[in-house]
Design a protein around this ligand. Structure first.
Ligand code: GFB
Length: 314
């Protein structure tokens, strides 16, 4: 892909968008186009169309979305389905009207059925019921990948959908109500250590299994797709292994250096029992995740603690 291509990163300040900006800048892409939420409200169709008519980017990375963990999804389904549908329909249609050459849409592993064979292959999509705690978000993201497929079929566009597993890394959300599990456990373990608390509370039973991909690996997979001229399709992006929430909590406890007891709050939902992605499609093309979970959590925790002025466990 031309290093001078005008690449619009929608959501450049978020965890995925900022990782994309870092990855592309580090590999010589010189014309990254960005707009803050205050500068461009992607739920406003007229504003999005004016932006695309004025800027005419050649490539669009659609990383802007309303995202959150199990509690946020279960408590705010209307916000999740409305904002994500509005963003993707506005951006994908305006990209088509402006003649954008390439677009990458980012979804999530929660688009797949709650109970399907593991690891999950792309073809399992829509084969049975979704996980209730995040079905509104999942429907919005399924609509997004269907938009890409439909515009490719009817208009000959070149829009690709990437479905990452659970993500973590720089610029993650650490709010304990709206965050995902890994940043929540990092924050809770850190605060328990600093405050000298006796226990660390983990939601649910600890039995569900999750797969974790560092966001820099997702950004590398995106550049891989763009530089190999992959013009359409649906691709899972993951590391190929998972662990239980209990094992994750023990790993975070060890890395943070919290010596207290882990307790489980079973009044909180477990969500889907497992959602391990089959990453064969990308692997057969030669892409593999590079960042191991322990190293990734350690670096993430050190950045987290440093940003809060505390000495992290070395
Ligand atoms: O990461 P998480 O919020 O979302 O929860 P999902 C994963 C598992 O960790 C659940 C447990 O079983 C939670 O009960 N967990 C334990 C915690 N302690 C905590 C905690 O302190 N905070 C949180 N948040 N979880 C999301 C979807 O599902 O996955 C999103 O809701 C998106 O839409 C995302 O798809 C990737 O992995 O269950």
């Amino acid at each position: 892909m031309d290093k001078n291509a005008r690449i619009y990163i929608a959501g450049h300040r978020g965890m995925v968008g900022s990782a994309l900006a870092r990855q592309l800048a580090a590999h010589g892409y010189r014309q990254l186009v960005t707009r803050t939420h205050a500068e461009l409200d992607l739920t406003n169709q007229a504003a999005v169309e004016r932006f695309f008519e004025a800027e005419k980017p050649q490539v669009v990375l659609l990383a802007a979305a309303r995202v959150g963990g199990i509690f946020a999804n279960a408590s705010q389904p209307a916000s999740f389905i409305y904002e994500n549908l509005a963003i993707e329909t506005n951006v994908i249609h305006a990209a088509y009207r402006a003649g954008v050459e390439r677009l990458v849409f980012f979804g999530s592993s929660c688009i797949y059925p709650k109970a399907c064979p593991q690891p999950i292959r792309e073809e399992y999509l829509l084969t049975s019921a979704l996980e209730p705690t995040n079905d509104a978000y999942a429907i919005a993201k399924i609509a997004g990948l269907k938009l890409c497929e439909s515009y490719n079929k009817q208009y000959g566009t070149k829009y690709v959908a990437l479905m990452p597993t659970n993500l973590y890394g720089p610029n993650d959300n650490y709010d304990l109500k709206s965050s995902h599990v890994l940043p929540a456990l990092i924050r809770k373990a850190h605060e328990a250590k600093v405050n000298g608390d006796a226990t660390l509370t983990v939601w649910g039973t600890g039995a569900p299994r999750r797969e974790f991909l560092h966001v820099d690996d997702l950004a590398a997979a995106t550049r891989f797709i763009l530089e190999r001229d992959v013009m359409e399709g649906l691709f899972n992006v993951g590391v190929g292994t998972d662990l239980s929430i209990r094992e994750l909590a023990q790993c975070v406890q060890r890395i943070v250096g919290f010596a207290g007891e882990i307790v489980f709050d079973t009044s909180k939902p477990d969500g889907t029992p497992q959602k391990l992605l089959d990453v064969s499609r990308l692997r057969e093309m030669g892409w593999h995740a590079q960042i191991g979970l322990e190293d990734g959590i350690r670096q993430t925790y050190q950045d987290y603690a440093a940003a809060r002025g505390a000495q992290a466990a070395r």
